[in-house]
Design a protein around this ligand. Structure first.
Ligand SMILES: Nc1ncnc2c1ncn2[C@@H]1O[C@H](COP(=O)(O)OP(=O)(O)OP(=O)(O)O)[C@@H](O)[C@H]1O
Ligand SMILES: [Mg+2]
Length: 256
């Protein structure tokens, strides 16, 4: 039971965090606790500070005020979190397998895990291809495999599917949902899409326009196993959650 765990057991603790770039207050104040194993989705208007919050959790930036703790300590860039960005950012001079091997080696793990990771993201048998010999959607799968390679406790994803066509996006959403359920990895996923948020999240947080503050914090109590994506999307609870989150996003957007 999460409530019985000591406070230190949270994967991420954000306390009284504000962040400013010079005179521009981008975010906060924010208080947020993410228990281990949660799939948290952040939704909000462009410029409300979603990427800023993700960068604070990754340790790329320190908050102007307040504290961010991951696994009970200050986040160290490249240590505690695997990252996936909007663009795959693979090394073009390496093969697909070479890209993942590099991540494994950097994490001090045996390089023979490449095929297992590619299979996990639905790409068995492409290890010897060049990154430019696979599609954009496949490249993004490789980026996810690379982020999983390091076996970090956290997975941080910043609009990873935004540049993909609708069909590829749906496939990747389905695969990521399965991967997250089977690995139980604590994840923070940023998106503009309310449907993506409800589909993927075990919890959705909506931020207000800049400076981003939490305006809605909703558990997504939908089945994560033994249900097809179509059946999931067809549930009345699914529609109700979409409506509630959409309403919060639109209301906040309108007041910007
Ligand atoms: N390095 C920076 N220097 C100055 N201002 C910045 C910097 N990074 C972000 N900002 C500003 O801080 C605010 C929040 O930016 P952030 O990138 O976190 O928003 P976002 O919610 O991720 O937006 P989007 O949905 O468009 O990606 C914006 O107003 C942005 O212009
Ligand atoms: Mg962003």
């Amino acid at each position: 039971m999460p409530s019985a765990e000591p406070a230190g057991a949270a994967a991420i603790t954000v306390t009284g965090v504000e962040h400013a770039y010079g005179d521009v207050v981008a975010l906060g104040p924010i208080d947020l606790t993410v228990p281990t194993g949660e799939f948290l989705v952040l939704v909000g208007a462009s410029g409300c500070g979603k990427s800023t919050l993700l960068r604070l959790i990754a340790g790329f930036e320190r908050p102007t005020t307040g504290t961010v703790l991951t696994d009970g300590g200050s986040p160290v860039p490249g240590r505690g979190a695997g990252l996936v960005f909007q663009q795959p950012r693979l090394f073009p001079w390496k093969t697909v397998g070479g890209n993942i091997e590099l991540a494994l080696r950097y994490a001090g793990q045996p390089a023979d895990g490449v095929d297992r990771l590619l299979t996990r993201v639905g790409l068995p048998g492409v290890a010897n291809r060049r990154t430019w010999q696979i599609s954009g959607g496949q490249q993004q799968r490789v980026a996810i495999a690379r982020a999983l390679a390091a076996d970090r406790p956290l997975l941080l994803l910043d609009e990873p599917f935004a540049a993909l066509d609708a069909l590829t996006r749906e496939r990747l959403q389905e695969d990521l949902r399965t991967v997250s359920t089977t690995t139980g990895r604590t994840s923070v996923f940023v998106t503009h899409s309310v449907d993506e948020a409800v589909f993927l999240g075990s919890r959705v947080v909506v931020l207000s326009p800049r400076p981003g503050r939490i305006v809605l914090d909703l558990p997504i109590d939908l089945p994560r196993t033994d249900i097809t994506p179509n059946d999931l999307r067809g549930l009345p609870e699914y529609a109700a959650l979409r409506a509630e989150i959409g309403h919060a996003v639109r209301n906040e957007g309108a007041s910007a």
